[in-house]
Every structure is written in structure tokens, then in C-alpha cells.
Design a protein around this ligand. Structure first.
Ligand code: FAD
Length: 411
């Protein structure tokens, strides 16, 4: 009898609740490419753009290597998860399917479909910094405002320790159907990128080593985090966190180690503070269900010309166009950039915010359903802070790119 580990945004073996729990059992780790993810969205954007696809394939390659080095393997399948698992259950003796739980609509629908197959579906938590079971709130009374959430959690809750990486894995002797990964599109790389890294845990750990221990950039993070150019103004952990190549819990304990061995200051605290934002949006989706997305019942039509100009980086506003060009060419954009282009789309171009969120979903290599939609509702003033955040783009450019280095880099 074997267990299926259904991998989604948890492409790692380090600090993985499920690999840890099943380390002495026979397992088939499976990643499913669902054709739905390659479809076009309501605005004609590919739901998974080429940059995130490349980063995902790199992450899967790295995971397969890690598993194979320890006697395991990664099974790669194409189709709707329910059909994929139905056929695996037909051909193998499967005792259970194990996956990290999700609180977003489509992911939950997939879970319900897979749960109907008659094999027990075991759901795990643990892809966040704080474990939901340790929170001082119930699902129904999560604070509406981030600061209240943060203050109470900081006072009452500890981050759990992380799980060690299993040293070996067992797969069923008779199983041969591991499948092939899609080809990598290396041509989609742009050498100007602020994120020149590849997917997978090895690259994530190398980045942490560089940012914390080799350069001490962590100790300056609070001062540099609003930067626009280069690799080191911020941690760049988000793409690996989004694919799950590294866990927030693991990063937290590395920060604590850094604080005890090197330095503890506002910057080291601030990285954890930002990781709490990630948790907050995730838990808001848990607490609110579909209301979290704040999607209106009737999706308003959009002024396609303005939307296209924004997407292409051709609005005529250089600071916006530089940021949008960076996103289109690389799949990454700084947090400062994201806030500005979001405000510009919503408040200057009067295009509905959810069309912007859809473009980000298509393009971002760090696309995360909770962080993306949570931040967009913030930018649009329809989410957890109803204050309208209108940015004066020219003033922002003078503050953050006074010599136009960033603009010249991209335009
Ligand atoms: C409109 C908009 C859309 C966004 N969409 C996403 C998204 O899809 N995925 C995503 O990971 N982040 C998103 N963000 C948040 C933020 O811009 C990125 O997390 C950050 O720029 C990633 O770079 P970094 O890893 O170097 O961040 P750092 O500044 O080094 O922060 C460390 C980590 O903290 C977390 N974090 C930081 N800021 C935020 C935030 N505002 N919300 C949630 N988590 C945060 C991330 O996990 C990040 O990796 C969005 C922000 C805006 C304004």
C-alpha cells in the first residue's frame, strides 16, 4: 500500500509536514499540470505566463533531483487532478492522498473532487509562519485589521520549529509511471532582472546564505526594502515561498539564528513583520472564504486600450512604464513598483482593480493567490483597509528614482 503526496505550492522536502509524517511509508509524490492553469482568463491573459511556468519547471526539476538522491522520485502528470488520481488509484494500491490545505475557491473545488474518489484525503496545515491551530483567534473572529492581528499574535504565539529533511524515501517497487517534465524555455530570461535566480530549494538556500550570512544585507533590510534596482534591496524570497521551495518557518528560524550570532535590529525584525503580512492574507481567506476576493457580482467591462497600454508599459508615464516593462520581461517587480502601478491603474486609468490582479496572476513568478488578491484589494481600497491609497506617481519617482536610473534601466 502506498500514499500519494499531492504537491501544489509546497515543492520542497525541507520542513515539509507531509514528507516528514510519511517518512517511513511507501510514497508517490505527484505534481499535476492542470490544463485549466494554461487557459486564458476573462481578460484574455494566459493564467500562467511564461516566466512563472519556467520558474515552476525549474522548481520541479530541483525537487525531483532531491527526491531521487534519497531513493524517491516525483511523478509528473497532466490533466484534471481528479482524473489523474482516479487512474493512479486504479493502477496502484493507495491508502491515502495527502496534501496541504488551501482556502481559495478553485483549489478547494479540486480538493472536493479528489475527496470524492473514495480514498481518504488527508489535509495538512503548515505552509504559513504561524500554525493556524496556534492562533489566538478562531476562524470566525480573526481581526479585520493587520495591526491587531500582528500585535496579538506576537504577544501570544510562537513559531513552531521546522521539520528536518528526511534522509531517505521509499517508493512502490512496481511503480514506473513517473512521467516527464515539460521543456524549459530558457529564452524567456532577461539579464537585466532583479531576480536572476532559478526555482527550487537549492537556489532558495543559496539566496538565504548570500542575503544573511555572506553580505549581511539582512541587517540593512528596513533601509533598503523600498529599492527598485539590483538583487539585494530586498530578500527576494517571495518566488520560492510562492512555489514552496522554502518555508516561512525555516526563514524565521534562520533570522533568529542570525540575531543570536550576528546582529538583532529593526531590519531583522522587519523581515518577520513582512512574513506576517503573508500569513495575514492567507488567514483572511481561511476566515472569509470567497468574500476574501471582493469580486463584484457583475464584472465590469474594462477600457481595453488603457489596460493594454498599462500591461505593455506604454502609458506614457515613465515610472509606471519602467515597472510594467520589468514585470513583462522578467515576471518580477519590487513592492514599491507594485503599489505604484496598482494605484495608477485604479485611480488614474479607472480600470477595475481585479483586471490588474489578473495580469499580476498571469505574470508574477511569485504569484500567490492570497498575497496577490489581498494586496490588490488594499491598493483599491476595497479590502482590509478601506482607506484609498492614491499615489502621486511623479512624487514617488522623485523619492525612489530621483536620478532615473531605474527608468533608464528598463526604458
Ligand atoms: C498589488 C500587489 C500585488 C502583490 N502580489 C504578490 C504576490 O502575488 N505574491 C507575493 O508573494 N507578494 C505579493 N505582493 C507583496 C510584495 O510586493 C512581495 O511579496 C515582495 O515585493 C516580494 O519581494 P521580496 O521577497 O524581496 O520581499 P521582502 O521585502 O524581502 O519581504 C520578505 C517576504 O515577506 C512577504 N511580504 C512582503 N511584503 C508583503 C506584502 N505586502 N504582502 C504579503 N507578503 C509580503 C513576502 O513573502 C516576501 O518574500 C504584492 C504586492 C502588491 C502591492
Amino acid at each position: 500500500m502506498a500514499h500519494i503526496i499531492w504537491l501544489r505550492n509546497d515543492l520542497r522536502i525541507i520542513d515539509h509536514d507531509i514528507f516528514h509524517a510519511l517518512q517511513n511509508k511507501s510514497i508517490i509524490p505527484v505534481y499535476v499540470f492542470d490544463p485549466k492553469d494554461d487557459a486564458l482568463d476573462a481578460w484574455g491573459n494566459p493564467r500562467t505566463g511564461k516566466h512563472r511556468k519556467r520558474f515552476l519547471i525549474e522548481g520541479l526539476r530541483a525537487l525531483r533531483d532531491e527526491l531521487q538522491m534519497r531513493g524517491g522520485n516525483l511523478c509528473v502528470k497532466y490533466g484534471a487532478p481528479k482524473e489523474v488520481f482516479a487512474s493512479l488509484i486504479d493502477s496502484q494500491e493507495i491508502e491515502g492522498i495527502h496534501t496541504y490545505v488551501h482556502d481559495a475557491y478553485e483549489e478547494k473545488q479540486q480538493e472536493t473532487a479528489v475527496a470524492s474518489l473514495g480514498v481518504p484525503l488527508h489535509r495538512y496545515d503548515g505552509n504559513t509562519l504561524y500554525h493556524p491551530d496556534d492562533l489566538p483567534f478562531t476562524q470566525a473572529n480573526l481581526p479585520f485589521v493587520f495591526t491587531q492581528f500582528r500585535k496579538k499574535v506576537e504577544k501570544t504565539t510562537s513559531v513552531r520549529s521546522f521539520f528536518p529533511t528526511p534522509s531517505s524515501f521509499t517508493v512502490p517497487d512496481t511503480f514506473r509511471d513517473w512521467g516527464d517534465l515539460p521543456e524549459l524555455d530558457d529564452a524567456s530570461r532577461d539579464s537585466r532582472s532583479a531576480f536572476p535566480f532559478v526555482g527550487g530549494t537549492r537556489a532558495a538556500l543559496d539566496r538565504l546564505e548570500h542575503y544573511f550570512w555572506e553580505t549581511d544585507a539582512l541587517a540593512e533590510y528596513k533601509k533598503t526594502r523600498n529599492g527598485l534596482l539590483g538583487t539585494d534591496y530586498s530578500s527576494k524570497f517571495s518566488p520560492w515561498l510562492a512555489q514552496g521551495a522554502i518555508s516561512a518557518r525555516f526563514i524565521y528560524h534562520q533570522v533568529k539564528k542570525y540575531e543570536s550570532l550576528r546582529t538583532k535590529n529593526q531590519s531583522t525584525y522587519w523581515l518577520i513583520f513582512e512574513l506576517m503580512w503573508r500569513d495575514f492574507f492567507r488567514f483572511c481567506a481561511w476566515s472569509e472564504g470567497n468574500r476574501f476576493f471582493r469580486m463584484p457580482k457583475d464584472i465590469k467591462g474594462i477600457r481595453i486600450t488603457d489596460y493594454e497600454r498599462w500591461k505593455q508599459g506604454a502609458t506614457g508615464e515613465p515610472f509606471i512604464d519602467a515597472n510594467m516593462t520589468e514585470l513583462r520581461k522578467t515576471g518580477f517587480m519590487s513592492n514599491r513598483g507594485r503599489q505604484n502601478v496598482g494605484s495608477y491603474l485604479v485611480h488614474n486609468l479607472n480600470v477595475p482593480w481585479y483586471a490588474g490582479a489578473a495580469w499580476f496572476e498571469s505574470q508574477l513568478i511569485d504569484y500567490d493567490v492570497y498575497s496577490n488578491w489581498g494586496n490588490w484589494t488594499y491598493v483599491a481600497g476595497v479590502g482590509h483597509d478601506p482607506r484609498s491609497r492614491v499615489f502621486n506617481i511623479q512624487r514617488q519617482q522623485q523619492m525612489y528614482d530621483p536620478n532615473q536610473e531605474y527608468i533608464n534601466h528598463w526604458l
